[in-house]
Design a protein around this ligand. Structure first.
Ligand code: DCP
Ligand code: MG
Ligand code: MN
Length: 338
């Protein structure tokens, strides 16, 4: 049952979608969020369209496809390629920039800086660039962090976390969210939501950050700590994990979720990001606000849509009740792909 999974495209517009995806990936590396959104919408339309779209006019007649994308769709349909993509691939500095931007934790700014400093390879960065500890880890494990994790392995990492946590306190729960919960065959990282009945963030923090993480690090499972935040609006720990007897390091996120917020957190951390955006937008059209902690009503906004009050909590605990309160039919995680 692996439908709706990114990367598995068939149908009459499969080739066009593949090329558009490559172009979107390219824009992804340049940080052009607005363009990526346009590409993803157009790809969704093409994925659902029963016949091959060959001309600009045909493309324009479909929802969510604008003039510029319609021209590109016609070019791909007639030439099987996209010149803009070929150009992007041929530009050496662009390629290098793309390579550097895929270093975990390095954004557009850092990658551009490395290109401007004249570094030509990842090895050169390791030898000559002034790197933070985490950037070094990101480069040393570049292949690991940029390879997809098979579903069965995601499960094993989740089980390691759960077993260790249950030894500390069997009432803790671990749910693997993200692309895994959406049913994807492979994931980019392992998103572990950690919660416990009737428990707030302070206790979760103590157990997870002061007991679980040190214990799993000592056991050799957690191999690097990359980032962590301990804020009122959510505590998380980002790092890397490695299964016993294996060499590949995987990116793992531990997301600490108070029991009262589990429903909203499940929605947020299941995604995908576009689905989340559409849910938030829907909430705001109904005068409500949805975030990873809950669904709120009566949040007053000023002229520039700035928040004037937090509003009253409508629902936070139960995922299905949040859908219901928003007036949206329940959608299983496997169908939350936009
Ligand atoms: N998320 C979001 N907006 C972001 C980042 C994340 O709404 N800017 C939410 C939706 C994601 C979830 O958090 O589904 C987990 O984030 P990941 O980056 O781990 O993304 P996925 O798990 O969806 O995909 P991948 O397989 O690449 O990890
Ligand atoms: Mg993920
Ligand atoms: Mn993640």
């Amino acid at each position: 049952m692996q439908k709706h999974t990114a990367g598995t495209t068939d149908g009459p517009n499969a080739h066009t979608i593949t090329i558009l995806q490559q172009m979107a990936d390219y824009y992804g590396q340049t940080g052009d969020e607005w363009r990526i959104r346009a590409y993803r919408k157009a790809m969704a339309t093409l994925r659902n369209h029963p016949t091959k779209v060959s001309t600009k006019e045909e493309a324009l007649a479909l929802p969510q496809i604008g003039e510029r994308l319609a021209i590109k769709i016609e070019e791909i349909a007639t030439t099987s390629r996209l010149r803009r993509l070929d150009n992007a691939k041929a530009e050496p500095n662009d390629q290098l920039l793309q390579t550097f931007m895929q270093v975990y934790g390095a954004g557009m700014a850092k990658a551009s800086e490395w290109v401007a400093q004249g570094h030509k390879t990842l090895d050169e960065l390791l030898e000559k660039a002034d790197l933070t500890v985490n950037q070094r880890i990101g480069i040393e494990h570049y292949e690991d962090f940029n390879s997809r994790i098979p579903r069965a392995e995601v499960e094993q990492h989740g089980a390691m976390v759960q077993q260790a946590l249950h030894k500390i306190d069997p009432t803790f729960e671990v749910i693997v969210g993200g692309s895994y919960r959406r049913g994807a065959a492979t994931s980019g990282d392992i998103d572990c939501l950690i919660t416990r009945p009737d428990t707030g963030s302070a206790h979760l923090r103590v157990i997870v950050l002061e007991q679980l993480v040190p214990k799993l690090a000592a056991a050799g499972f957690l191999v690097a700590a990359l980032a962590s935040t301990n804020k009122d609006d959510g505590s998380k720990w980002h790092g890397a994990s490695c299964l016993p007897g294996r060499k590949t390091w995987r990116r793992i996120d531990l997301l600490l979720v108070p029991s009262d917020e589990m429903g909203a957190a499940l929605i947020y951390f299941t995604g995908n990001d576009i689905f989340n955006r559409s849910m938030r937008l829907l909430a705001s059209t109904k005068g409500m606000r949805l975030n990873q902690r809950g669904l709120y009503k009566e949040c007053l906004r000023g002229y520039r849509r700035e928040k004037l009050s937090e509003g009253t909590l409508v629902e936070g605990k139960n995922e299905k009740k949040i859908f219901a309160a928003l007036g949206v039919p329940w959608r299983i995680p496997e169908h939350r792909i936009c």
